[in-house]
Design a protein around this ligand. Structure first.
Ligand SMILES: [Zn+2]
Length: 406
């Protein structure tokens, strides 16, 4: 009965949203763009229709609350609605739609503790090169110069873009106490599908450590410089990135991954021995110590290769974000509630970042994953079965109900 009610509402909202911000190449709802604002307005309308009290903070994050005893810390549930360029209609959307459906149902049950839906703004890094801006603002973690420092590809600053929408690119700390924050999200990977497990209970969220490595050699004539006199920065880079892959593979069971996704070669000419290469290194894991030990091993190996090849190396840290373990009590609650409604779950870590990561600064946090078809996300082919979305929403409902009854 509950499940049917949730299903009807979720289907209705997913169908309406499927028409917004779409062209023949997929969904493009970049942060604070017209399409993003159109989706936001639609969702606010649905929150009001659900009988919730809606407000927004200075950053533009939206909050929609059920009636309850406001002296009690609320249960927060939600996700984001912006997208990457040419993405799908599931990343973020599943979580915000599920949260609205759950809050609507809870509102009719008159539970003591208020439940509040949160729509986070600017989760994706596609427009401003940095992710989770809305949840960082709520957690008071935006840098002071965020308004002028972050720019989009047109050179517009975050501050300018947000001012056009009537928002301010500053911290907007969430002041009230929070009982728990729960986020329903698509997995964006293929583990659930491969394990035939419909629901994931997330135990931790990986965070990226990102570096830029500059490898200096010497640009020389490709015809006149004998092989033994070369200081080729690109063959050195090749040696290093293969070593990085090997080290990450050797540490795979510690839940860490390493990626070299970007190389810039200078002068990048066919007849010149490469004199300089810059290389990105992206390390992720859910355990800070494991990330750090992989990082140290990589640096030792990079140095050794540089020495052997007579190259200079310089490492610049771009970001070292802290991963977070989620609340054990909420993991247990998720498993307990799933058992009650006869759903199978598996525990898993999230390789992708989420707003939930920053909410750990202000609340105990839990996350539910639903499967992504073929593990595909950030792509128009992104897809999650409606039955799985409803399963995840139903589990979210049962967890929220438990927490709101306390
Ligand atoms: Zn997302």
């Amino acid at each position: 009965m509950t499940e049917t009610l949730l299903k009807d509402r979720v289907e209705e909202m997913m169908t309406a949203l499927a028409k917004l911000g779409k062209d023949e190449r997929g969904y493009t709802r970049l942060a604070f763009s017209d399409a993003d604002m159109e989706v936001r307005s639609y969702l606010i309308g649905e929150m009001e229709r659900a009988g919730l009290t809606v407000r927004e903070d200075a950053f533009g994050n939206v909050f929609a609350r059920t009636r309850g005893n406001n002296a009690l810390p609320a249960v927060l549930i939600g996700s984001h609605a912006d997208s990457v360029p040419q993405g799908g209609n599931y990343d973020g959307i599943v979580g915000i739609v599920g949260a609205i459906a759950v809050a609507e149902k809870i509102a009719s049950e008159k539970l003591p503790r208020p439940v509040e839906v949160v729509l986070f703004m600017a989760e994706e890094s596609s427009r401003f090169g940095v992710a989770n801006l809305g949840s960082k603002a709520m957690a008071g973690m935006l840098p002071e110069d965020a308004a002028s420092f972050y720019k989009d590809s047109d050179g517009k600053t975050l501050g300018e873009v947000m001012a056009e929408r009537g928002f301010v690119a500053e911290n907007a700390p969430y002041k009230k106490r929070v009982r728990a924050f729960l986020e329903l999200h698509i997995e964006q990977g293929g583990i659930l599908e491969s394990q035939l497990s419909p629901l994931g209970i997330v135990t931790g969220i990986a965070a990226p450590h990102r570096y830029r490595l500059t490898i200096g050699g010497r640009a020389d004539h490709s015809g006149t410089t004998p092989m033994n006199l070369r200081r080729d920065a690109l063959t050195g880079a090749a040696d290093m990135l293969l070593r990085i892959e090997e080290l990450a593979q050797a540490n795979a069971r510690k839940g860490v991954v390493a990626t070299v996704g970007q190389l810039d070669v200078y002068p990048n000419a066919m007849n010149v021995v490469p004199g300089k290469v810059t290389m990105s290194i992206d390390l992720r894991g859910t355990d800070e110590d494991n990330i750090n030990s992989l990082c140290i091993a990589i640096l030792e190996n990079v140095d050794a290769i540089a020495q052997k090849r007579n190259l200079a190396v310089q490492l610049e840290t771009l970001t070292e974000e802290e991963p977070a373990l989620l609340d054990e009590g909420l993991v247990a609650l998720g498993e307990y509630c799933a058992g009650e409604i006869g759903e199978r779950t598996m525990r898993m870590a999230s390789g992708a970042g989420h707003d939930a990561l920053y909410m750990t600064r202000i609340a105990p946090v839990g996350m539910i994953f639903v499967p992504s078809k073929n593990g595909i996300s950030h792509n128009p082919a992104e897809y999650t079965e409606m039955a799985d979305i409803v399963r995840g929403t139903n589990l979210l409902y049962h967890m929220v109900k438990r927490l709101a009854e306390e």
